[in-house]
Design a protein around this ligand. Structure first.
Ligand code: NDP
Length: 281
């Protein structure tokens, strides 16, 4: 039976570390602050934004909330971002995606100052990740690395298979695994013989958004399985991309959904806010 990697516990550990460091900074007159921008009425986005504000509070990081109506124009949003860019009290800017259809997300991402881009979506930070330069680490991929490392697993020399090649998860997590000296294979919907590729893997990261992408017959006994997926099954229950009940009976370790990768994303966002405040001090 696999060891269950507890994302809730590991994320709490990281948030506690952030809190302690924030308290130290505050003693030196530095007060980390995150600006959270939400446009429109997307109910899932509202939940995410609330969770981020709560995490800020738990870590002693100030958060300023900008909740704008659905009718906000692109120009108005860009103007707000410019204001936040030059505001010295604000260290991090987070614009919750998706944005309403009439606003160009790429333009908005490009408008955020790379020094305040705590989500690591700006091409300058994405580029730094690929070239080994200085920049923020993307939250979900960095959280995945923390889950693996803090559970005591070394990545060096391991066969790592990432299923999914999105800009938010698949590609950046592959770069981070490579940086940790993993031997990385990136798979996608056109990959031939996915089960054979997965069977070689010591570490498998699944980020497809498709229920049961990874099944028991696709993993070896010593595999560490990280499930990034967030789906709703037929009963409306939150579930991942991995056939958890069966894979857990064979693999070495596995993350559950919920309670695996999910809580890590916010913890790493808090870490980036702290880094931003330190860099700007
Ligand atoms: P995308 O839809 O952007 O990308 C999915 C990727 O999976 C694509 O590269 C696609 O291939 C590949 N893919 C789809 N089906 C298969 C298949 N059957 N076999 C192999 N590859 C396949 O998704 P995201 O990366 O944005 O998100 C993935 C999942 O992770 C979602 O469930 C999302 O909700 C979740 N997520 C969770 C986060 C968290 O904090 N826990 C954060 C971000 C995402 P191709 O490129 O060929 O189309």
């Amino acid at each position: 039976m696999a060891k269950i990697i507890d994302g809730k516990a590991i994320s709490s550990e990281i948030k506690q570390e952030v809190k302690e460091e924030t308290e130290q900074l505050q003693k030196n007159g530095i007060f980390p602050c995150l600006a959270v921008v939400l446009v429109g009425e997307n109910s899932a986005s509202k939940v995410y934004v609330n969770n981020k504000k709560k995490a800020c509070e738990a870590c002693g990081i100030a958060s300023l909330s900008y909740e704008l109506p659905e009718t906000t124009t692109e120009a108005e949003l860009l103007e707000l971002i410019q204001k936040l860019n030059v505001d010295k009290k604000i260290n991090g800017i987070l614009v919750q995606l998706p944005l309403p259809k009439h606003i160009d997300e790429t333009k908005v991402i490009l408008a955020i100052s790379p020094e305040k881009d705590v989500d690591c979506f700006h091409p300058q930070n994405v580029g730094a990740l690929h070239t080994g330069g200085k920049g923020f680490l993307p939250c979900t991929p960095a959280g995945i690395l923390e889950l693996i490392k803090r559970s005591g697993y070394d990545i060096t020399g391991k066969e790592c298979v990432v299923i999914g090649r999105s800009n938010i998860v698949g590609k950046p997590v592959s770069m981070l695994l490579l940086k940790e000296n993993g031997t990385v294979t990136i798979c996608h919907s056109k990959t031939k013989n996915l089960p054979e590729v997965c069977k070689r893997a010591d570490i498998i990261v699944v980020a497809t958004g498709k229920i049961n992408t990874l099944t028991k017959d696709m993993v070896k006994e010593s595999a560490i399985v990280i499930d990034v997926g967030m789906n709703r099954n037929e009963e409306g229950k939150l579930c991942g991309d991995v056939d958890f009940e069966n894979v857990k009976q064979k693999a070495e370790a596995i993350t559950p959904v919920p309670g695996g990768v999910g809580p890590m994303t916010i913890a790493m966002l808090m870490k980036n806010c702290l880094t931003a405040a330190k860099n700007q001090a």
